[in-house]
Design a protein around this ligand. Structure first.
Ligand code: FAD
Length: 308
């Protein structure tokens, strides 16, 4: 097979690039490992987290309804977690189907579900999800393989109670106690969502404040807000280990003053950042062409190979 452009990864990066190239009349092959197009954002990131956040926000609104002069039945408002997850699955399915239909309307765009590995500057091997591998020759390629969670190198991180954000968005219940390690955008958002649903949340952050890349003024204001929401926020901590404790776990850490502390939890969310997803990119991509921050590229975003 021969194409003008190969796009590796069907997330919010690769998809618009592939569609724009194909709309301009070029022959494009878009390869995506998952069974659907939409990437981290659709399947385990922005969209599912915003769906849960929306239910959490509406729950908070209902709880405060009387303050706004609305009459709601007295007592605790119930949460049907199964229904929330069912709604999420149905929205994700609809969006994935819609995205695929839009791509299929562009005649010069071929979408292949499988993985792509670069064999050389203009050759790649495509291994379809169902079928035999085949080689493709391309004029240029775009690497848009995104990122995966970066796990802390501490003992206990492999315990079944320790979840990534992807696993957290799939859980079958609201945990009674949740420890979140990492107060970046993902950790803070999940802490707020699950606190709203009734979890007792401890949020552990190594830095001196939450949301390191965000303006300090905003981060400090949000810090005060999340503490008012009942989230136990600890800053300047060093997590040392996670140990089994009955059905749950204990997160062992040193606090900002250096004292040994522990946080008990039913589940732990590991939200300590993400690393570039370059593992399967193949032999032609291994020779120092990426570092822990991502694929190395020049100001044109070209790698060592000008056509990639
Ligand atoms: C919990 C969470 C919440 C988030 N919330 C937000 C938010 O609210 N707003 C926001 O702007 N961003 C949010 N993000 C970030 C957002 O999801 C990413 O910035 C975005 O998905 C990056 O797009 P991408 O196309 O670069 O990579 P991805 O979306 O990761 O897509 C890369 C795709 O490449 C595929 N792939 C990898 N290797 C290969 C291979 N060898 N061959 C073929 N395919 C391959 C992967 O399967 C994947 O589908 C969130 C992320 C997470 C985890």
């Amino acid at each position: 097979m021969k194409v003008d452009d190969l796009v590796i990864g069907g997330g919010p990066g690769g998809t618009p690039a592939a569609m724009a190239l194909a709309t301009a009349g070029r022959s494009v092959l878009l390869v995506e490992t998952r069974a659907g197009r939409g990437g981290t954002c659709l399947f385990e990131g922005c969209i599912p987290s915003k769906i849960l956040r929306e239910s959490a926000r509406r729950l908070q609104d209902v709880r405060r309804a009387q303050e706004f002069g609305l009459q709601v039945p007295a007592g605790e408002i119930g949460v049907d977690w199964g229904a929330i997850m069912k709604r999420k699955a149905s929205i994700l399915r609809g969006r994935a189907d819609g995205a695929l239909q839009r791509a299929r309307q562009i005649p010069t765009l071929t979408v292949q579900f499988g993985s792509a590995a670069l064999l050389g500057p203009r050759r790649a091997r495509i291994t379809p999800r169902d079928g035999a591998p085949e080689e493709v020759e391309f004029g240029s390629a775009i690497i848009a393989t995104g990122s995966v969670p970066n796990l802390l190198p501490v003992t206990g991180v492999g315990l079944p109670q320790v979840l990534t954000s992807e696993q957290m968005l799939e859980i079958d219940r609201v945990p009674k106690r949740l420890a979140v390690i990492g107060a970046g955008p993902i950790g803070v958002e999940m802490a707020q969502i699950f606190a709203a649903f009734g979890s007792r949340v401890t949020l552990l952050e190594a830095g001196p404040r939450i949301l390191a890349p965000v303006d300090e003024e905003i981060a400090i204001a949000l810090q005060e807000h999340i503490r008012r929401q009942g989230i136990a926020l600890e800053l300047g901590v060093q997590v040392a280990a996670i140990a089994r404790d009955g059905d749950g776990v204990r997160v062992k850490y040193r606090d900002a003053a250096g004292a040994r502390r522990e946080a008990q939890a039913e589940l732990v969310l590991e939200a300590t950042g993400r690393r570039p997803n370059v593992d399967g990119l193949g032999p032609a991509h291994t020779a120092g062409r990426h570092d822990p921050r991502g694929v190395k590229a020049d100001t044109r975003l070209a790698t060592g190979e000008p056509c990639i």
